[in-house]
Write a protein that binds this ligand. Structure first.
Ligand code: APR
Length: 187
């Protein structure tokens, strides 16, 4: 199963590269500095170009001099990407599960969708936040990500046409597909 219909919103899983998604906003798995990095962050800045970093610098100066806290989200231009906006969020670094990592992961998805809605954006693509360099076990992260997005979409009927999860590897895609099946059965 790679889609779940929630009212007028389609929650869709795709295997691919987040920088290639033709949606209004792609979500970046950033770090608090907002100055770029590897993985999703590196790919978005590399392909999106310097305008994204310039906008991030301005956000750091004007709003977050100490860095973007984990779980929070900000929005910038998408530069040269097919998408129009990048929503930068910072996921939790996994330290074993006893330090509120699950709550912070849910907040990253929740705040990213809230920001997209504030900007009237109707199509949003997420990567699998925190399951790469930040070490969050993907089998735990996928149900949290899907449930949080389902709840936020249900709370905003008609706000979104499509919310997409873009999984880089076949294995990640399969993990999310299994989690989506479980979520759909429980619905
Ligand atoms: N498109 C979609 N998914 C991708 C891409 C891509 N181009 N590149 C990597 N991924 C996947 C990874 O396989 C992983 O499953 O995104 C998931 C998140 O991995 P990371 O990008 O490492 O993000 P995260 O675990 O949240 O760590 C964030 O890494 O890149 C740095 O600056 C970033 O310090 C921050 C940290």
């Amino acid at each position: 199963m790679d889609t779940l219909q929630i009212g007028n919103t389609t929650l869709r899983l795709v295997q691919g590269d987040i920088t290639e998604q033709d949606v209004e906003a792609v979500v970046n798995a950033a770090n608090s500095s907002l100055m770029g990095g590897g993985g999703v962050d590196g790919a978005i800045h590399r392909r999106g170009g310097p305008r994204i970093l310039a906008a991030c610098r301005q956000i750091r100066t004007e709003q977050y001099p100490d860095g973007l806290p984990a779980g929070e989200a900000v929005i910038t231009t998408a530069g040269e990407l097919p998408a129009r906006w990048v929503i930068h969020t910072v996921g939790p670094i996994w330290t074993g599960g006893g330090n509120g990592e699950e709550k912070i992961l849910a907040a990253a998805y929740r705040n990213s969708l809230a920001l997209a809605h504030q900007h009237g954006l109707r199509t949003v693509a997420f990567p699998s936040i925190s399951t790469g360099a930040y070490g969050f076990p993907i089998t735990l992260a996928a149900p949290i990500a899907l449930r949080t997005v389902r709840d936020e979409v249900q709370a905003r009927p008609g706000a979104f046409a499509e919310v997409r999860f873009v999984l880089f590897s076949e294995a990640d895609y399969e993990t999310y597909r299994t989690a989506l099946e479980v979520l759909a059965k429980a619905a």
